[in-house]
Design a protein around this ligand. Structure first.
Ligand SMILES: Cc1cc2nc3c(=O)[nH]c(=O)nc-3n(C[C@H](O)[C@H](O)[C@H](O)COP(=O)(O)OP(=O)(O)OC[C@H]3O[C@@H](n4cnc5c(N)ncnc54)[C@H](O)[C@@H]3O)c2cc1C
Length: 507
């Protein structure tokens, strides 16, 4: 492909967020160029994929690959009992989903799978290519990269996506501030080789000396996340040694599990910073380019991927002229409040998790033993981590189902909602087919289902128009006319304004 061509979307960074955005934009019809400065793998940071991301991957027919990759790694890759703020007891297995578990998979494998998917969708991925700057022009951006020979490559794009991680250069060049506080606490992440396979699930150790989370991270590899009271202010620049690790293990777990080697040992911090806006002009930021925080309960990458699912289809719809540019504003409108809640939640978790005083440990005990078992508390905490708590409600007088995620659904013809969604962009689901066949907007699939999910039937929805990212764009209490479906579809693409009265418009 001639790089002097104009691409619809230029993505900087092929980490989890960049690859997902590229795949989604390309799937929706955009021409996409992705530049990644690394030629090899980045160190495997995230080890867990949360249920909402699993559901979204299923909408693209990707879950078979993820489960296979995880099973190759360890057959017991599903974690049905999760943790919050370092305390066990979240009953993921009770969640209403085809994926009521956290899936253990190293980030490196996740990245391989997401990159391959982006390329299958038609995205042009170049590795060893580093972003150095861009200029905004009348019809988009002109982006400069440097290849491994030091040669400059200039690529044109209508839209530029900064998915280049916490130290985003795209963010800096776009003049988007990144504010918050620097690291106040450091932790260790250690992938240790043991002589025995670690038991499935998450295991914690805690006492006044600190906290350890451990879980299997390969056949005979165990990941230990360690926050040691005595070392919590050790600067990030201090290299981790095996002696330091075994010392903390003995102090907190009472044994060093006879670790003799580790595949990887790193020290990381809890910087807490965000941008004030997710898009400016032709530039959108996604993933850690928009925030950095302590990776509490393994949610960081997951929220980044969910951002990317929100932005990707919108970029594709805008690039192909199916939506107006206004649709991109909805990316900020929808995901920024989610980001703010996430940042607050991380603060809540770290202050509870890392208070090793006598009083702090009493509070943790009360939380874990008295509060977490309460069903409603358990659900609220699960919603925070799994991604199921996210909804995009837009107007007070709108149908309450608008903005909610669609959970599992079996259609009358036996297919799952995810199978149907994999064939199209939008999906219309209704309880009863009309007498004559529906005339639907382009790229819209159709299915009927006698029982809509409890949360929406309870609110009396008769039909749902579901967006490409699996959230309800519009819901009707009575069977809609074809014209109403088209109007709702146009509003979802911001091709038509929302009526001011009670119909309620989602995106
Ligand atoms: C120890 C640790 C454990 C974690 N565990 C979890 C977990 O269990 N679950 C979870 O959800 N999250 C976890 N996280 C967080 C997770 O790793 C991040 O949220 C995730 O990597 C962010 O994805 P991203 O695509 O936004 O950014 P990144 O993964 O940082 O990807 C950015 C990409 O951009 C590339 N790039 C950067 N600059 C340029 C440039 N100038 N030109 C071209 N390319 C460029 C980089 O090489 C990189 O590939 C953990 C983090 C740490 C530190």
């Amino acid at each position: 492909m001639d790089l002097s061509d104009m691409f619809d979307v230029v993505v900087v960074g092929a980490g989890p967020a960049g690859s997902t955005v590229a795949a989604e934009a390309a799937r929706a019809g955009a021409s996409v160029f992705v530049a990644e400065k690394r030629t090899g793998d980045s160190p495997s940071r995230a080890g867990v994929i949360q249920p909402r991301v699993l559901e979204q991957l299923a909408l693209r027919g990707m879950m078979g690959r993820f489960r296979e990759a995880a099973a190759e790694w360890r057959p017991d890759f599903e974690v049905p009992l999760y943790m919050y703020a370092g305390q066990l007891g979240l009953r993921y297995h009770e969640m209403d989903s085809d994926f009521p578990y956290a899936l253990i998979l190293p980030q490196t494998t996740t990245e391989h799978l997401l990159r391959a998917w982006a390329q299958e969708q038609g995205a042009e991925l170049r590795r060893g290519v580093t972003y150095v700057g861009h200029r905004e022009e009348a019809d988009g951006v002109s982006v400069d990269f440097e290849d491994q020979n030091g040669e400059t490559i200039t690529v044109g794009g209508r839209h530029l996506v900064g998915a280049d991680g916490a130290r985003s250069q795209v963010r800096t060049a776009a003049g988007i501030p990144f504010e918050g506080r620097e690291t106040t606490l450091t932790a260790l992440s250690v992938d240790a080789d043991l002589d025995f396979p670690w038991p499935v699930g998450m295991k914690m150790f805690k006492n006044g000396a600190g906290w350890i989370l451990s879980y299997p991270f390969g056949k005979n590899t165990t990941r230990f996340i360690i926050v040691a009271e005595a070392a919590r202010h050790t600067p990030l620049s201090v290299a981790v040694t095996l002696d330091e690790v075994t010392e903390h293990l003995r102090a907190i777990a009472g044994t060093d599990f006879e670790i003799r080697s580790a595949k990887r040992m790193s020290r990381y911090g809890d910087d807490h910073k965000t941008v004030p806006l997710l898009t400016r002009g032709a530039v959108s930021l996604v993933g850690e380019a928009t925030r950095v925080h302590y990776p509490a309960s393994g949610i960081g990458m997951n929220y980044c991927i969910q951002d990317a699912f929100n932005l990707g289809w919108k970029l594709g719809a805008v690039a192909t002229g199916r939506a107006t540019e206004d649709l991109l504003i909805s990316y900020h409108e929808e995901r920024y409040p989610v980001l703010q809640k996430l940042m607050a939640d991380v603060d809540t978790q770290t202050s509870l998790n890392f208070n090793f005083s006598e009083a702090g440990r009493q509070l943790q005990k009360f939380f874990e033993e008295e509060l977490v078992p309460i069903p409603e508390v358990n659900r609220i905490l699960r919603d925070r981590l799994s991604g199921f708590g996210t909804s995009y409600h837009r107007e007070e007088d709108a149908h309450p189902a608008i903005g909610e995620r669609v959970s599992r659904l079996t259609l009358d013809d036996g297919r799952s909602y995810a199978e149907l969604a994999a064939t199209a962009d939008f999906v219309l689901i209704e309880r009863q087919a009309p007498d004559s066949a529906r005339s639907l907007p382009d790229r819209t699939a159709y299915g009927t289902v006698r029982d809509l999910p409890a949360s929406t039937t309870a609110r009396g929805a008769e039909a749902l128009l579901v967006r490409p990212d699996g959230y309800i764009g519009h819901a009707w209490a009575d069977a809609p006319a074809d014209r109403e479906i088209r109007e709702a579809h146009d509003r979802s693409l911001r091709r038509a304004k929302a009526p001011t009265a009670t119909a309620g418009a989602g995106v």
